[in-house]
Ligand binder design. Structure first.
Ligand code: NDP
Ligand code: OXD
Length: 310
């Protein structure tokens, strides 16, 4: 039994060291140069594995995602049918996402960019301050990350609402669900944060209709996936003033192509998929726990429903 590490461009050594520290007898193989006997591979630990690659391992039983999302695995048309898949649930990702989202919400809330512009004109002028309780933040996706971001923002005093597939009871967060729930949430979101998984149901969810349902001048923060957003519809919403700004951390194509209009748009703040990283030092204990569960035939932490897509 062996684990195959599949992550292009990622330094495998820190992962090997960290996981072997947790499981000293772990047989750690590295794709594509150190695979060994393919029949011995039963677990793949993967981030964006090339399409078709996983089909080469006839004894593969488990795929552990190196990220919270699993769409990069499920999009493979040759994905082995009976394999069990887990997304990553780990505290480092959660902390990173909470920090990033809070940073961006506070930046808009406290009008930091406007003060920056004033500085470049040597302009000394106080801008009206809004109480956090009067700023309404809506979160699409109230899972591991969305709920944690909501909890931090409500502690800052923001009026926080969220939307999920199922009804939620979260302290201090108004919960909406279903199609009607989506528009009720949008109508009352001065700042909208997207933390949904990418599935057939959520692809293109941020389009002219949903962006148009937000209060005029709202802000969008998309930290989920680029395919949630219809790029042209965002540009129209920003140029018309329907939205006042957007923070984008994820894109349909990554890296974002050089010629893409998002790069130079004055109302867009852009990050290179940097909101929350999976670091071996925080993720390895959880991954090691899941490796042990695979081998013991137990339910995995973060095991997904393939049909549901997350
Ligand atoms: P979870 O699976 O824990 O949460 C997903 C949430 O979305 C759940 O509340 C779920 O509802 C809701 N949801 C799913 N489908 C629908 C739907 N059709 N309608 C309404 N709600 C829906 O995921 P995480 O919180 O761990 O991660 C969310 C996403 O964040 C990841 O999939 C990834 O794409 C992105 N991400 C981005 C990172 C970055 O650096 N930019 C880093 C890490 C993650 P319910 O609770 O009812 O099931
Ligand atoms: C993830 C990501 O899904 O980093 O974890 O995007």
């Amino acid at each position: 039994m062996a684990l195959l590490f599949m992550c292009d461009g990622e330094a495998s050594e820190p992962w090997r060291a960290s996981l072997c520290n947790e499981i000293p007898d772990l047989d750690f193989r590295i794709w594509p140069d150190n695979i060994g006997n393919v029949d011995e591979i039963d677990i793949a630990l993967a981030w964006q594995p090339p399409r078709g690659a996983l089909a080469n391992f006839s004894n593969l039983k488990f795929i552990l995602s190196l990220g919270a999302g699993v769409e990069h695995i499920l999009c493979d048309p040759e994905l082995p049918k009976s394999v069990r898949i887990a997304r990553l649930i780990e505290p480092g990702l959660r902390t990173g996402m909470v920090e990033f989202v809070t940073m961006e919400v506070l930046r808009y809330h406290r009008r930091a960019d406007e003060y920056r512009f004033q500085q470049s004109d040597r302009k000394w002028k106080l801008l009206r301050q809004t109480l956090s309780q009067d700023r309404r933040v809506g979160i699409l996706g109230l899972g591991y990350l969305g709920a944690a971001c909501g909890d931090m923002l409500r502690r800052f005093g923001f009026s926080v609402s969220g939307w999920a597939r199922s009804a939620k009871t979260l302290p201090g967060i108004d919960s909406f669900y279903g199609e009607d729930g989506l528009f009720s949430l949008l109508e009352q979101s001065d700042i909208l944060i997207c933390l949904l998984p990418l599935t057939s149901e959520t692809e293109d969810i941020l389009d002219a209709t949903t962006l148009g349902a937000l209060p005029r001048g709202a802000v969008l923060i998309n930290v989920a996936r680029g395919k949630h957003l219809v790029d042209d519809d965002l540009i129209i919403a920003l140029d018309s003033g329907q939205l006042s700004a957007a923070t984008l951390d994820v894109f349909r194509e990554e890296p974002l192509p050089f010629e893409h209009p998002f790069w130079m748009h004055p109302k867009i703040s852009l990050f290179p998929h940097a909101a929350a990283w999976t670091l071996p030092e925080s993720a390895s204990p959880v991954i090691a726990d899941n490796i042990r569960r695979c081998r013991a035939g137990e339910k995995l932490i973060g095991e997904i429903e393939v049909k549901r897509g997350y």
